[in-house]
Write a protein that binds this ligand. Structure first.
Ligand SMILES: NC(=O)c1ccc[n+]([C@@H]2O[C@H](COP(=O)([O-])OP(=O)(O)OC[C@H]3O[C@@H](n4cnc5c(N)ncnc54)[C@H](OP(=O)(O)O)[C@@H]3O)[C@@H](O)[C@H]2O)c1
Length: 257
C-alpha cells in the first residue's frame, strides 16, 4: 500500500484529492490547521475506504508548521510516495491594499512551504528511486494577476525546473494549474464570484482525475480542462500589455473591507 500526504486536505481541491486517493486504496497523511476537521475527515475516509489516515495539524505559514511536515516526509519508517502541495489562499484586495504581513504569509505558504516540503520529499524519493509530487499552482501563473499570480508563477517555474533536474531518478514532479474551482477559496478571500461566467467553473473531482492521469503520463505541467487549455493557448500568443487589464480584474471583485 502506498501513502500520500496532502496539504490543505480538509476543503476544496485538497479534499477531492483525499477522497480520490482513499478510494484508490492509498493511505493518507492529512495536513491543515483545523484539527477537529482533520480528525473528522480521517475517520470518514477510514470508515468508508478502509485506509489508514493520519492527522498532522500544521500551519504552513509558520516555521514550526513547515518543519513538522518536513519531519514527517523524512520519516524512514513510513515513507510517503505522493506529496500534494495544495494548501493555499487568496488575500482580500489588490496590490497595495493588502497588509505586507499578509503578502509575506502568502509567499511563505505558496513558495517557501512548497520548496521545503518538495525538497524533503524528493530527497527521500530519489534514494528510493520512485515517488511523485503535485504542486497546485493556478492558471493565474500565466497572466498578470497580482501577487497571487506571481506566487503561482514561482510554483510553476520551480516545479518544472526541479522535474528536469530529477528526470531519470524515478521521481515525478508536476505543477497543476486549475482555473476557477468551486471551493471555500473565494469566500475565505472575501471575493465575489458573480462576475465569473458559469462556463469557467471546474469540478474539483474531475480536476483531480485529470491531474492524476497527467502525472501518470509523466507531464510536468497539467492544465486539466479543454476550455482552459484553449484559453491558455490564446494567452500565449496575446501581448502581455493587452492581457493585463482583462485578466487581473476577472473574478477579483472583493467585498467591503
Ligand atoms: N478554487 C480555485 O478557483 C483555485 C484555482 C486555482 C488554484 N487554486 C489553488 O488550489 C489550492 C487549494 O485551494 P482551494 O480552492 O481548494 O481552497 P479552500 O477550499 O479554501 O481550501 C484550502 C485548504 O488549505 C488549508 N490551508 C489554508 N491555509 C493553510 C495554512 N496556512 N497551513 C495549512 N493549511 C492551510 C485549509 O484548511 P485550514 O483552514 O484548516 O488550514 C483548507 O484545507 C490553493 O493552492 C489555491 O491557490 C484554487
Amino acid at each position: 500500500m502506498t501513502t500520500a500526504l496532502i496539504t490543505g486536505s480538509t476543503a476544496g481541491i485538497g479534499a477531492a484529492f483525499a477522497r480520490r486517493l482513499a478510494a484508490d486504496g492509498h493511505n493518507l497523511v492529512l495536513v491543515a490547521r483545523d484539527t477537529k476537521r482533520l480528525r473528522e475527515q480521517a475517520t470518514e475516509l477510514h470508515d468508508r475506504h478502509g485506509i489508514e489516515a493520519e492527522v498532522l495539524t500544521a500551519d504552513l505559514a509558520t516555521d514550526d508548521g513547515i518543519a513538522a511536515v518536513e519531519q514527517r516526509l523524512r520519516d524512514p519508517k513510513a515513507p510517503v510516495d505522493l506529496l500534494v502541495n495544495n494548501a493555499g489562499f487568496g488575500n482580500k484586495g489588490h496590490y497595495l491594499e493588502v497588509p505586507m504581513a499578509d503578502e509575506l504569509k502568502m509567499l511563505k505558504v505558496h513558495c517557501e512551504a512548497v520548496l521545503r516540503l518538495t525538497s524533503a520529499a524528493t530527497s527521500v524519493m530519489r534514494e528510493r528511486g520512485r515517488g511523485g509530487v503535485i504542486n497546485v499552482a493556478s492558471v493565474a501563473a500565466f497572466v498578470p494577476r497580482g501577487t497571487y499570480g506571481a506566487s503561482k508563477a514561482w510554483v510553476v517555474q520551480f516545479t518544472q525546473g526541479a522535474a528536469k533536474d530529477l528526470a531519470g531518478s524515478g521521481v515525478r514532479l508536476m505543477a497543476l494549474c486549475p482555473g476557477f474551482v468551486r471551493t471555500e477559496f473565494h469566500q475565505r478571500a472575501g471575493m465575489g464570484t458573480d462576475n465569473i461566467p458559469k462556463w469557467m467553473w471546474l469540478d474539483a473531482d474531475n480536476l483531480v482525475t485529470a491531474a492524476l492521469s497527467d502525472l501518470a503520463r509523466g507531464k510536468s505541467l497539467s492544465i486539466p480542462d479543454p476550455r482552459y487549455k484553449a484559453l491558455m493557448g490564446v494567452v500565449k500568443v496575446t501581448p502581455r500589455a493587452l492581457l493585463g487589464g482583462l485578466t487581473s480584474r476577472t473574478g477579483r471583485k472583493y467585498g467591503p473591507r
